[in-house]
Design a protein around this ligand. Structure first.
Ligand SMILES: Cc1ncc(COP(=O)(O)O)c(C=O)c1O
Ligand SMILES: Nc1c(O)cccc1C(=O)C[C@H](N)C(=O)O
Length: 439
């Protein structure tokens, strides 16, 4: 592990404890049929369009639910009901009756089922990028107001491009400095990496909980604690954890968090983000995009902006109510399945994927670019091979859909509620076949 520091790295530094992430017993076998037969969540596959049987479009293995989750099978009916009912029937009255409160009501439910957070701290709004911008800038500005020396934003070079670009933009806009962490690319950011980057100048730290390439799970509790000891605030990007890894935002003392809802929360392409702001911090922060829906009295048509108190102040414009419907339905499916059971299957899926890759793909020179320890691995694995760009293109043509992340990573995303072990095995065998044809 490398960082901006000179400190000596420790193996698996930052590992979440197995108990904290609900680690099941080791993979019982490499028999996909037996694993599917023993899977307590197998019945949920039918809830997703195309997952329970042939999907009509030649998809043999969908291994990209960490970019875009499948739709719920009954979503068409739900949207038709919404169109005919609250929208078509209640019309504008539905804003007063229900929709004004929807960003916070759905946020609260998401917080309860997925985020490990109490009510009044989560909103559903905006895109992930816009929400990250709002929360990081609000945190930076608040820190600067209380101590002018705090002008640094800490982020790692392995973070998703939008996070890095947003920080570059905010730094340019506010005259802040960026302190870059250089994490080990096959794992991720450790508490030691963060501690080495912190100083009395640190205002805010933006990190991903599950790394988008390696799938490494950062130790959110320990890092949050280290950031607090340095007098700074932390923003966690939960895009790759929400709905796949149990979260305890309140217990970890997290300040702020953002996540997308179209991956393991199956909200659909471009579904709105969620933003979490710890209750005790809300009225200290002023987010930078002032809109009427986050104002204290939206229908007062006031002359100037007074922010709402509490979590509502992090809203900007009209909440995307229609686009929240798939998410609202999926949160209830997750509640029924339970996050611990989801995590247990996720661990088995990634263990199975890594074991099969070791057996079938390693002979072709494929390497695991994710942690081998499932306790610190989210719900995807990345494999490296110099020819994976062309392999991915060939796989998509034959209905096997992982994704490719340059320079040579093939990412296998495993959605515990909609992916079967047989599907995963078919996908890995197809990778082997394509590699054999190219060899
Ligand atoms: C870690 C992370 N942050 C942010 C995003 C995306 O942000 P947005 O929904 O604004 O495109 C993604 C994926 O697209 C991501 O993986
Ligand atoms: N957000 C995406 C999109 O709008 C189109 C295609 C893919 C995505 C993704 O989610 C990318 C993803 N966050 C990643 O980890 O690479």
């Amino acid at each position: 592990m490398t960082s901006a520091s000179t400190s000596t790295p420790r193996a698996h530094d930052g590992a979440a404890s197995p108990a904290a992430v609900g680690l099941p017993p080791a993979l019982p076998s490499l028999d996909a049929a037996a694993l599917d037969a023993a899977d307590p969540l197998a019945r949920f596959r039918d809830r997703f369009l195309g997952a329970g049987g042939p999907d009509g479009d030649g998809v043999i293995a969908y291994l990209d639910g960490n970019s875009l989750g499948r739709p719920l099978a009954d979503l068409g009916e739900r949207l038709a009901e919404f169109t005919a009912g609250p929208w078509g029937n209640r019309l504008i009255r539905a804003w007063d009756e229900r929709w004004m409160d929807e960003p916070v009501r759905l946020g609260d439910r998401l917080a309860e089922v997925v985020l490990g957070a109490g009510p009044g701290q989560t909103v559903v709004a905006d895109s992930t990028s816009v929400m990250i911008y709002k929360l990081v800038r609000a945190a930076l500005d608040a820190q600067g107001r209380s101590d002018a020396r705090r002008d640094e934003i800490v982020i790692d070079r392995g973070n998703f491009p939008t996070d890095r670009f947003l920080v570059e933009g905010i730094a340019a806009e506010r005259g802040a400095t960026i302190r870059w962490i250089e994490p080990d690319p096959t794992t991720g950011v450790t508490p030691a990496d963060v501690e080495a980057a912190l100083s009395p100048r640190t205002a805010v730290v933006l990190l991903s909980h599950v790394a988008y390439r390696s799938g490494f799970i950062a130790d959110a509790a320990a890092i949050t604690d280290a950031v607090h000891r340095a007098g700074a605030l932390v923003v966690w990007d939960l895009c790759h954890s929400a709905g796949s890894v149990p979260l305890e935002l309140d217990a970890w003392g997290v300040d702020l968090a953002v996540g997308c809802t179209y991956k393991y929360l199956n909200g659909g392409p471009g579904s709105p983000a969620f933003g979490y702001v710890r209750a005790g911090l809300q009225d200290r922060l002023l987010q930078p995009i002032w809109g009427w829906m986050g104002a204290a009295d939206p229908f007062g048509m006031t002359e100037s902006y007074t922010p709402a108190s509490g979590i509502r102040r992090f809203i900007t414009g009209t909440p995307p109510i229609l686009a929240m419907q798939p998410l609202a339905a999926m949160v209830e499916v997750i509640a029924e399945a339970g996050m611990d059971a989801i995590r247990a299957k996720s661990v088995l899926l990634t263990e199975f994927a890594a074991a099969l890759a070791g057996r079938l793909l390693a002979p072709y020179g494929v390497e695991l670019a994710s942690p081998s320890d499932p306790a610190v691995r989210g719900s995807h694995i990345t494999l490296n091979h110099p020819r994976f760009r062309e392999v991915t293109a060939a796989l998509w043509e034959r209905g096997v859909i992982p994704d490719f992340r340059p320079p040579h990573g093939l990412r296998i995303g495993l959605s515990p509620l909609s992916t079967s072990f047989a599907e995963l095995q078919a996908g890995i065998e197809a990778i082997r076949d394509v590699l054999a044809e190219l060899a």
